[in-house]
Design a protein around this ligand. Sequence first.
Ligand SMILES: [Zn+2]
Length: 118
Amino acid sequence: MSNGPYGQTTCRCGAVSLLVCGAPLALGRDAGGEPVSFWPLVAIQLGQGADELEVSPSGTGGDAWQCRRCAERLLLAHDDDDLAVLAEQEGADEIAPALTPVQQRWLEALGYRVAAGE
Ligand SMILES: [Zn+2]
C-alpha cells in the first residue's frame, strides 16, 4: 500500500465522500457480521458533500454520519474516544489491533467484534 490516502468511501448516490488517511486501528465485524474497520477520527476527512452530510446522535454514544439524499450511513464517530467505524470491503488485510481498552469496550458494547490479527 502506498503512502497516499488509504482510500475513499462514497455513499450510494455519490453525493458524500469521505477521505481516509493512514492505517486503521483495527479491523473487525459489526453486530450483523459485516466487515468494518476502526479509525482515529483525525484520519477521516470530508471529501465532498458537506451540504448533504447529516451528523446525528446514533443513540449508542456516537454520531452517525449519513447522506441526506440516499440515507446511507458512511461512518459512526465517537468523539470522546477519538474513534470512527467505517464499513470495510471483504478481504481487507489483517492487522494487529491498536485500540485502547476504552475504545475496545465501546465497540464491544455496540456488538462489534475486533479481529485479533497477528
Ligand atoms: Zn448519498
